[in-house]
Design a protein around this ligand. Structure first.
Ligand code: FUB
Length: 456
């Protein structure tokens, strides 16, 4: 008998990736990589202001359902020129290097600058290299590279919405190319994003109708990236538990167009504790964008219901301080084959030598912890979560190369969690353990818990 395979359709669900407060998603698909990447701002649990934003997060997926959270990838403490307000963000792959393109208020002046930070990998962590020259009041940057390879930056907030062509090293706006698009973009307030569809440039942005909050999403089109733009209208309004702000990116992935944006569904409407969202975007035959609304189903994906978004936190030990972790007495090495990321941490040669990673979550809850490591002998190490004590001594059996060890369930608190592996005091350290990464998965299914009072 001939079996006919009909792909079944499920939905990824919204909010997307609800375990962490994140906003302003910039979506990218890098050449030669089938993953979709999200570069996002971070909101602090419990805050009631955007002024507490100090870092950025990166996520990836291959199917819009299973997401990897790489944790914090850049923090204010590592940006010498910046004082505060690490707001919206973008990223670009430029001449083989991944750049985070972000904004922060400059020390002493309070002026928003557009910073650049680089990494050899799409998931970071990123190292700041200073801000782009000639871009004043550079809040909400987005970097669009045209098909001819020319880079354009858009940015702005209430006072204006600007675009300029950047120099070949991305470090400055080419003099004479900056245009203020404000008059061409009805109600524009902030968050511009350019994408190209059928040869036309689409500039989408959050705007304030009649100058009134909350923000709605509008767009305009042009024949050239720097305009002039023609206003086309609204494609998403606001609604229940939206955040007041909205901000997002439009991208084609595996044959479909998507709008990534944010809401405040997880925080029950607190516009400063936002979560990511995604819905499919459709064009009319003449190229206008169809009106859309935030949906709870989210995007359609292959599979069977229920297929709510699932997440794995992958915290690479070698990232250390740039990702909010810490190495004490230990060091990063690359000699052993088979590590993930850019290395592993080893050299636990003295009592209390340690490696610490940072895990950030929106709400308290139980997580399943696995650690990937290699050891020439059976090893013992202390596992400490947020400086709690108890039965924290764990055995790490001898391995043949790198292997994952299941360490069971740990409890995370809302916000920052420091998870450490520490060389115990009462043993002769051998230093042979090599720790590759910490992996965390929610102990219960995310969407089910989201719907209960006891989310996480
Ligand atoms: O996330 C902080 C600010 O809120 C962004 O820069 C704006 O676009 C708005 O989303």
């Amino acid at each position: 008998m001939l079996a006919i395979c009909i792909p079944q359709i499920a939905h990824a669900g919204n909010p997307l990736i609800p375990h962490v407060y994140a906003a302003d998603p910039s979506a990218h698909v890098w050449p030669g990589d089938d993953r979709l990447w999200l570069y996002t701002s971070d909101d602090r649990p419990g805050t009631d202001t955007h002024d507490t934003m100090t870092s950025y997060h990166v996520f990836s997926t291959t199917n819009l359902v299973d997401w990897t959270d790489y944790g914090m990838v850049l923090h204010l403490k590592d940006v010498k020129w910046a004082a505060s307000h690490m707001w919206a963000i973008d990223a670009v792959l430029w001449k083989g290097t991944y750049y985070l393109v972000y904004c922060a208020q400059e020390l002493n002046t309070g002026v928003y600058r557009t910073g650049l930070a680089t990494s050899s990998q799409p998931q970071g962590p990123f190292t700041d290299i200073g801000f782009i020259q000639g871009v004043d009041w550079g809040q909400d940057p987005a970097l669009f590279v045209d098909e001819d390879g020319k880079p354009y930056l858009t940015w702005g907030c209430g006072g204006g919405c600007y675009a300029a062509q950047l120099s070949d090293d991305l470090r400055s706006a080419i003099p004479g190319t900056t245009v203020n698009l404000k008059k061409q973009l009805t109600w524009v307030f902030e968050g511009p994003w350019i994408h190209k569809y059928k040869g036309q440039y689409y500039l989408s942005y959050p705007g304030l109708p009649d100058g009134q909050w909350p923000e709605h999403m509008y767009y305009a089109t042009a024949d050239k990236p720097l305009g002039p733009y023609t206003f086309r209208g609204k494609f998403m309004g606001s609604g229940k538990k939206m955040a007041g702000t909205n901000h997002g990116s439009i991208i084609k992935y595996k044959g479909h167009w998507y709008f990534f944006y944010h809401s405040a569904w997880v925080s029950n409407g607190n516009g400063t504790c936002r979560n990511l969202m995604c819905d499919e975007l459709y064009y009319n035959p003449e190229g206008t964008i169809q009106k859309m609304e935030p949906t709870t189903e989210g995007v359609a994906v292959e599979g069977t219901e229920p297929a709510p978004s699932r997440v794995t936190m992958l915290l690479e030990t070698e990232n250390g301080a740039p990702s909010g972790g810490r190495l004490f007495g230990t060091h990063v090495a690359t000699n052993l084959a088979g590590f993930s990321g850019t290395g592993y941490v080893t050299g636990f040669n003295h009592a209390n030598d340690s490696v610490t990673v940072l895990a950030q979550v929106a709400k308290p809850g139980k997580w399943h912890l696995k650690i990937r490591y290699a050891a020439q002998n059976d090893e013992v190490a202390r596992l400490i979560v947020n400086v709690t004590r108890g039965k924290e001594q764990r055995t790490f059996p001898k391995t043949d190369g790198f292997a994952e060890l299941d360490l069971g369930i740990i409890e995370l608190q809302a916000g920052d969690n420091l998870i450490s592996l520490i060389e115990p005091r009462r043993q002769k350290p051998t230093g042979s353990i090599a720790v590759d990464y910490f992996k965390l998965e929610p102990a219960a299914q995310i969407m089910k818990l989201m719907q209960s009072d006891d989310f996480f």
